[in-house]
Design a protein around this ligand. Structure first.
Ligand code: NAD
Ligand code: COI
Length: 331
């Protein structure tokens, strides 16, 4: 089969080449994203494979329809950037890669939490600025004494629940679609209770419009004074201006933000662009009680290998049988 992969990162390319060699498929690899002015490279191919957080627009799907390309697989989880109506209109079936490694993202959320509770950034900042006395007086908190509130008990949320309970934390979760897994080491709570009771609020929900600013000024005010907020899910979930105000007032003790509200392709592509900057990003970067990372929670060797091989396999299944286990049906 003839496949074209867009948005290929340097570390994905060896896995792509190996997969093509082992499966005997013809694979063309492009570093560029799938956009209105690059989709024409796909003319004559059977299917498209992609990774990007920028929009999969109507213009892209219209051209796929014109070229008779009906299958697109994503190497990632989130589909909040897909124009599903345009995909359906053009007869394009889309599958994502929902379980390349939920543990990778959950571990990152735990890593951020431990860092913030032990105030590592603040200690280091004090030391670097010659405040030697101050650097020894930033007392931390142990996870086993904390209540962790996980919003979203899907694949990543459930992995996070297991990890946090392994540290002895009391874990509660809110999800309107509770998991049938009764071995989960946590109790379901409603959103108001979760916000009021948690020392750590950890988000693992999709960035669909209904979840836009789910953490706004009101939700932040409901949170415990001294709580920390972790967002490795999507930037639009948090009202950044309100979060900055809560950090400045001291109501929030810290924040771990891997997915930033005003993230653009430039942030994810710093290997080429060199630097990302905007006023709120720059402000957050100066705060020693904030961990700001450029959407890298997923980024492990295991995850990258699985993203490539799983998504390409889903594409060949779609091309040969018309179906695969991870077709996305938007709700
Ligand atoms: P999932 O579909 O398995 O689980 C999401 C859960 O969220 C579902 O159980 C759903 O019922 C619940 N949910 C939806 N809206 C909710 C709300 N308002 N309140 C409470 N619960 C709600 O998805 P997942 O694999 O766990 O991934 C979650 C998100 O993580 C993805 O959508 C993606 O945006 C993000 N993600 C980020 C990275 C990264 O590198 N930072 C990597 C992968 C995924
Ligand atoms: C996802 O898998 O949804 C991510 O956020 C990872 C990113 C490389 C797009």
């Amino acid at each position: 089969m003839k496949i074209i992969a867009y948005g290929a990162r340097v570390d994905e390319i060896p896995y792509m080449k190996q997969w093509a060699q082992e499966t005997g498929n013809e694979l063309t690899i492009k570093e560029e994203l799938l956009e209105a002015d690059t989709v024409e490279w796909a003319k004559g191919y059977d299917g498209i494979n992609c990774l990007q957080t920028t929009p999969y627009s109507a213009a892209v799907f219209d051209k796929m329809g014109d070229y008779g390309i009906h299958y697109l697989t994503l190497r990632n989880v989130g589909t909040d950037n897909v124009d599903f109506a345009a995909a359906a209109k053009n007869g394009v079936t889309l599958a994502n890669t929902p379980a390349y490694s939920p543990e990778a993202i959950a571990e990152f959320a735990v890593t951020m939490t431990l860092n913030l509770l032990r105030r590592v950034g603040e200690v280091e900042h004090a030391l670097r600025h010659g405040d030697y006395a101050g650097s020894t007086q930033l007392i931390g908190r142990e996870l086993r004494s904390q209540t962790v509130g996980i919003i979203g008990a899907g694949r990543i949320g459930r992995a996070a629940i297991q990890m946090f309970s392994g540290f002895g934390a009391k874990v509660i979760t809110y999800d309107p679609h509770p998991s049938k897994d009764d071995t989960l080491a946590c109790r379901y709570a409603d959103m108001d209770e979760l916000l009021a009771a948690s020392d750590v609020v950890d988000l693992h929900i999709p960035g669909v419009p209904a979840n836009d600013h789910i953490i706004d000024a009101r939700a932040l005010a409901q949170m415990k004074p001294g709580a920390v907020l972790i967002n490795t899910a999507r930037g639009n979930l948090v009202d950044t201006a309100a979060m900055i105000a809560a950090l400045e007032s001291g109501h929030l003790a810290g924040a771990g933000i891997d997915t930033y509200e005003h993230e653009t392709a430039a942030l994810l592509d710093m290997a080429h662009t060199g630097r990302f900057s905007d006023p709120q990003w720059d402000q957050l970067q100066k705060m020693p009680n904030v961990l700001l990372t450029p959407h890298v929670a997923y980024y492990t060797e295991t995850a990258v290998h699985n993203m490539v091989t799983f998504s390409l396999t889903y594409l060949t299944e779609l091309l040969t049988t018309g179906t695969t286990e991870t077709i996305v049906h938007p709700k």
